[in-house]
Design a protein around this ligand. Structure first.
Ligand code: LIP
Length: 255
């Protein structure tokens, strides 16, 4: 899969460092840029040339994935709102789903130069160095990344209550604006947990494998295993605090 990582780095050359204007708007704060489309088309062509029998399921195209065969799952730019604003925290997220699970995942942030990747059963890495989901802090001192579901304003009050409860229980909250990178930061031990109330398969398929291979505990907001073929609420955490964070989520959900 080194060739796939190289293709992702090459695709990222289409993500200029400056703020990039949106070419269309799917909703409030939900943009598509020329770079999204350029990254997607480059990777679609390069992957189909090398893996002609594999499917391609990507954010910026109309598609229904046929998971009876291997399928690439791509978010060409995760953290698009950040990218439009020149915020410098966005990533290409690519996963390979085959034989009932994600077998490979990679998340590349060209702004930091960090390539996170994992193979199922082969560990998780950042720029080739092994990473572990060991934050080293109990919940009262932990950093927790809370995704705010900006495309779903009807859930703002719930996000507010989660913010309040997490601030009371944890050391502090973080919000980077890229779900894929949030999974990777938990995988690298930079945060104790990441959670978000609704993500699409392309937002989390790669990051989920990277977090799991780094030893994180993962699940939906009922604590069930995640199926990255479907939209879902997500939680990934250092095993030592997973249950405590899940309990906070479930307390809010019962209100
Ligand atoms: C985004 C995620 C972010 C989430 C947004 C959106 P996009 O992906 O990375 O964490 O809060 O709702 O899903 O739209 O930038 O590819």
């Amino acid at each position: 899969m080194d060739q796939v990582l190289a293709l992702m780095r090459e695709a990222a050359s289409r993500m200029t460092g400056a703020a990039c204007p949106a070419v269309s708007r799917k909703g409030r704060g939900n943009f598509v840029t020329q770079a999204d489309l350029a990254v997607q088309e480059f990777l679609r062509g390069a992957l189909q040339e090398r893996f002609p029998d594999y499917g391609f399921f990507s954010e910026e195209q109309e598609n229904q994935a046929d998971f009876s065969r291997p399928v690439w799952i791509l978010d060409p730019i995760d953290g698009t709102a950040n990218f439009v604003a020149g915020y410098g925290h966005s990533a290409i997220s690519l996963a390979l789903y085959q034989e009932g699970a994600v077998s490979f995942g990679a998340v590349y942030n060209p702004f930091s130069g960090e390539m996170f990747h994992a193979g199922r059963g082969k560990g998780a890495f950042c720029n080739g160095a092994p990473i572990r989901a060991e934050h080293g802090a109990a919940l009262p001192d932990a950093l927790i990344e809370l995704g705010t579901m900006p495309y779903y304003k009807d859930r703002a009050a719930e996000v507010g209550r989660l913010t309040e409860e997490l601030l009371l229980a944890a050391g502090d909250i973080r919000r980077g604006g890229s779900a894929a990178l949030a999974f990777c930061y938990t995988a690298a031990g930079r945060t104790g947990a990441m959670l978000e109330g609704l993500l699409q398969p392309w937002d989390y398929a790669a990051g989920l494998l990277i977090a799991e291979e780094a030893g994180a505990e993962t699940g939906d907001w009922a604590g069930r295993p995640l199926d990255p073929r479907k939209p879902s609420a997500v939680l990934a955490a250092d095993k030592r605090i997973f249950a405590e964070v899940l309990a906070i989520i479930q307390k809010i959900r019962k209100e």
